[in-house]
Design a protein around this ligand. Structure first.
Ligand code: CA2
Length: 147
């Protein structure tokens, strides 16, 4: 089972800026933490970070033929703006879980609405890196049920 992990714009800055909001750990630290969980669950992960909406749309669109069974996505700022990513997720038809490091509901009003969540089986926000781990565990459970 192969799961695609997508991180959207500016998340390459993790651990380098705004540690009071996003923590001190880097994107590489996140990937290492998730790989350990994936090994324990016997699933394969592929990581992708992009600052470009179209690249994310292409990646999601190609995910089914590239053999992915599910998607974990932190669309970052595109969460609040992108009908294109929403449509790509719907079109791909794979179970997806949306993750946010911060509790978007406790932040500015413009972060309260997610366009992309409507195409996801669930959303996890405010748990930092652990949110990705719970997303992975839930996705694997969902996919195993679908077998
Ligand atoms: O809480 C999250 O994970 C967000 O998706 C992060 C986005 C923000 O626009 C969403 O509202 C919530 C921002 C990602 C920017 O990441 C940075 C990381 C470190 C330093 C600066 C930006």
């Amino acid at each position: 089972m192969k799961i695609l992990v997508i991180n959207g714009p500016n998340l390459q800055l993790l651990g380098r800026r705004e540690p009071e909001i996003y923590g001190k750990l880097t994107l590489e630290d996140l990937e290492d933490q998730l790989k350990q969980v994936a090994t324990a669950l016997s699933v394969e992960l592929e990581f992708f970070q992009s600052n470009h909406e179209g690249d994310i749309v292409d990646l999601i669109g190609n995910a089914p033929q590239n053999g992915f069974s599910g998607i974990i996505i932190n669309p970052a700022a595109y969460t609040h703006t992108s009908v294109a990513i929403l449509d790509a997720l719907k079109g791909a038809g794979l179970p997806a879980v949306e993750v946010h490091l911060s509790n978007v509901k406790s932040r500015e009003d413009f972060r309260h609405h997610s366009f992309t969540a409507a195409a996801c089986v669930g959303v996890i926000a405010g748990l930092g890196f652990d949110g990705y781990e719970w997303a992975l565990r839930s996705l694997v459970k969902i996919l195993n049920k679908n077998d």
